[in-house]
Design a binder for this molecule. Structure first.
Ligand SMILES: Cc1cc2nc3c(=O)[nH]c(=O)nc-3n(C[C@H](O)[C@H](O)[C@H](O)COP(=O)(O)O)c2cc1C
Length: 329
């Protein structure tokens, strides 16, 4: 009871959500994650490129998608789903197999496709839809304003066409994430997942070729999300969900203190096992007991900008802070 949280209008038994990854595309793993205490799961993204690839697999027009596919495979190499029908069928299976909420995740190419697949996902019974808005800058002619405007139009349109709650999973690379989120707020987005984490190219120096290794996150990568959540808490209605680099109860408590309603975990459960979740839940619960907190509400956002007396909280640049406090090594 004391770990209960509300996410996008849904009541969750705790804030531990499993983010999109290949394991949430397997019923056996989903059951293990639910048994270990996960309060909700996000299915792997349905990528429009994959749908096209399957459709045109033996067709010449497949070449039109070469670039897009390369990018998608680079970002999420192990995503399993090929066709939309398979995805929707799996979503229904997951809903039947689990007692916890099941969120779908979508990344499409055109506005029509976003709407088309979002509607199908809603019909198939998803409890909510995470919009995987990933974009990697590769065209110098497109301004950030153009890209953001296009993304806002997609979210706006989806919000008016579907009724299930919508969250937006953002890239960490906006010039001003806070401004973009304020614009999403005006649309009425229910949740913000901060942040997505991309796989990026490396170079094999022996073979002198580009490689795309699958690297899980490190346990230090949560601080950008924590800071952004700390700055946003209290100024947005949508729930703030921390993602990326959450590997310990210590970091999870930090993002809750900054104002997160929930966390999404992926690398940790892969590196260890679904059972690692049990330990984390226990540790957060023990910390709450030690501190005398009977609910998450009792301390959520306690160290957000809104609740801190320091006017420079989360704003002072780290170098200045170190200099002022004479902490330079
Ligand atoms: C193998 C793998 C596949 C992933 N596939 C997706 C995906 O389909 N859609 C998505 O939005 N994120 C995907 N992600 C990103 C994760 O959901 C998560 O945001 C990221 O791994 C950061 O969390 P972590 O530090 O706990 O791993 C994937 C991550 C991994 C490791």
């Amino acid at each position: 009871m004391k770990l209960e949280t509300t996410l996008m209008g849904l009541s969750l038994k705790n804030p531990f959500v499993i983010g999109a990854n290949p394991w949430t595309g397997k019923i056996s793993k989903l059951k293990e994650l639910e048994a270990a205490g996960a309060s909700a799961i996000v299915l792997p993204s349905l990528f429009e490129e994959k749908i096209h690839l399957e459709k045109f697999q033996y067709h010449e027009s497949m070449h039109a998608f070469d670039d897009l596919h390369a990018e998608m495979v680079t970002q999420h190499p192990d995503t399993e789903y090929a066709g939309a029908e398979i995805y929707l069928h799996f979503l229904k299976q997951a809903k039947t197999a689990l007692n916890i909420p099941v969120f779908a995740s979508l990344n499409a190419l055109t506005l029509d496709a976003w709407i088309h697949y979002a509607k199908k996902i809603e019909e198939a019974g998803a409890d909510g839809l995470e919009l995987n808005l990933y974009h990697t800058a590769k065209d110098p002619k497109r301004s950030s304003q153009d890209i953001e405007q296009e993304q806002l139009q997609i979210v706006q349109q989806l919000h008016s066409e579907i009724k299930i709650p919508i969250s937006v999973k953002l890239s960490p690379f906006y010039t001003n994430t806070l401004h973009f989120i304020q614009r999403l707020e005006k649309i009425g987005v229910d949740g913000y997942v901060l942040f997505n984490r991309f796989f990026e190219e490396e170079i094999d120096t022996d073979r002198e070729v580009l490689t795309f290794p699958l690297r899980f996150s490190h346990g230090t990568e949560y601080t950008h999300a924590m800071k952004t959540i700390g700055l946003l808490y209290g100024s947005v209605k949508g729930n703030l969900v921390a993602a990326s680099g959450l590997h310990t109860s210590e970091s999870i408590i930090q993002v809750l203190l900054a104002g997160a309603s929930a966390v999404q975990l992926v690398s940790l459960v892969h590196k260890k096992s679904p059972k690692a979740l049990e330990t984390l839940i226990e540790e957060v619960s023990q910390w709450m007991d030690r501190k005398g907190y009977g609910s998450l509400e009792a301390f959520r956002g306690k160290l957000s900008k809104q609740n801190l007396r320091d006017p420079y909280a989360f704003e002072r640049e780290q170098y200045i802070d170190l200099l002022l406090k004479g902490k330079i090594l």
